[in-house]
Ligand binder design. Structure first.
Ligand SMILES: Nc1nc2c(ncn2[C@@H]2O[C@H](COP(=O)(O)OP(=O)(O)OP(=O)(O)O)[C@@H](O)[C@H]2O)c(=O)[nH]1
Ligand SMILES: [Mg+2]
Length: 320
């Protein structure tokens, strides 16, 4: 399988670490005094930092057990027990998927790619989360790595959306394909794949319209896009990335759940991590759905995209 990313992108560890630090300073403070009351507070803090109920219970249970057995004799030991547990969740997914879980989010960005023909990534998500911006950032990144990229505006509903993507495509040097206003978004995806094959384009990024995960008709439309892509190119889409707004917290879990019913979501782009102090959602998403975070958006600019790095995250939580 060809590697699209030959080098790791420049990592803004400073910023990412700062964000996570902000989110979890309280957790570290709580871990300092380790009695039952502290464990309750730890539970509250983890929930407030969007770790989600299953991950929070698992973490606090583990801490409690370690304390009871006398394995943990001080804040340092408790901290390292929690740290290991978070790392386990993020690298192995939910307990049911142990052993067979994807571990490709662990080292840099491991996005699947086609052995031959165009690699196709489908971007999905609710309105305004950062899909189009993430498509532009990813196109920029891939082009810098030496790939030719085509972006397809499978958002035929909003004229502004098409223009926005066209502007980005021009800036990053990607080919651009649009459909007819009000036309079938699945037809745009089809045309893009056909054009990419004809031109020998390396990667096709399909930007879709924002849709509420509760809107049945629009979710069916997404399923149709996915079906057309599958039929047109063998093995495509190679990744279906759901873009989540990191600031929405627990609602992200419901979005992942709903989109996963319509398409086979293979990874998460966590946008707007620069605007939130609640990084725990990534633990909840991995714990509950086994879907890895692959990319993190840290701003509105083209370079504000990072690989999700589990070590940076865990170090950020409990200090390196
Ligand atoms: N701070 C910050 N803003 C972001 C990030 N990603 C996107 N945005 C901003 O979020 C807003 C919405 O971004 P879009 O990319 O248009 O979102 P979208 O999901 O394509 O929106 P729809 O197509 O309308 O559903 C824009 O103002 C972006 O600049 C990020 O990582 N950090
Ligand atoms: Mg958009």
């Amino acid at each position: 399988m060809a590697r699209l990313f030959k080098t790791k992108p420049e990592q803004k560890k400073g910023l990412w670490k700062r964000v996570v630090d902000l989110a979890l300073t309280d957790v570290r403070v709580v871990a300092g005094g380790i009695d039952v009351e502290s464990l309750e507070r730890l539970e509250e803090r983890l929930l407030a930092a969007d770790f989600g109920v299953p991950a929070t219970l698992r973490l606090t249970d583990r801490a409690e057990e370690a304390l009871r057995r006398g394995h943990v004799r001080g804040p340092e030991a408790l901290s390292s027990a929690l740290r290991e547990e978070i790392r386990t969740i993020l690298t192995e997914g939910p307990p049911g998927s142990r052993g067979s879980a994807r571990t490709d989010a662990v080292r840099g960005v491991e996005l699947a790619s086609a052995a031959t023909g165009p690699t196709v990534y489908l971007m999905v998500g609710v309105n305004g989360v950062g899909k189009t911006t993430s498509v532009a950032k990813l196109a920029h990144w891939l082009i810098r790595e030496g790939n030719s990229v085509m972006v397809a505006a499978a958002d035929t509903f909003r004229a502004g959306a098409v223009a926005q993507l066209e502007t980005w495509a021009g800036r990053v040097g990607a080919d651009f394909l649009r459909g007819q206003h009000g036309g079938d978004p699945a037809a745009v995806a089809y045309d893009a794949l056909e054009a990419a094959e004809a031109r020998g384009t390396d990667v096709v990024l399909i930007d879709t319209a924002g849709r509420l995960h509760t809107n049945r008709g629009l979710m069916d439309e997404l399923t149709k896009i996915d079906r057309v892509v599958r039929r047109r190119v063998d093995g495509a889409p190679h990744e279906t990335l759901i873009v989540l707004d990191a600031t929405v917290g627990q609602n992200a879990v419901r979005q992942v759940e709903a989109f996963s019913k319509a398409v086979d979501v293979t990874g998460i782009v966590l946008a707007k991590m620069d605007s939130t102090a609640r990084g725990g959602i990534v633990v909840a998403l991995r714990e509950e759905y086994g879907i890895p975070v692959k990319l993190v958006g840290t701003g509105e600019g083209l370079d504000d995209l990072e690989a999700f790095d589990v070590d940076v995250f865990v170090d950020g939580v409990f200090g390196s």
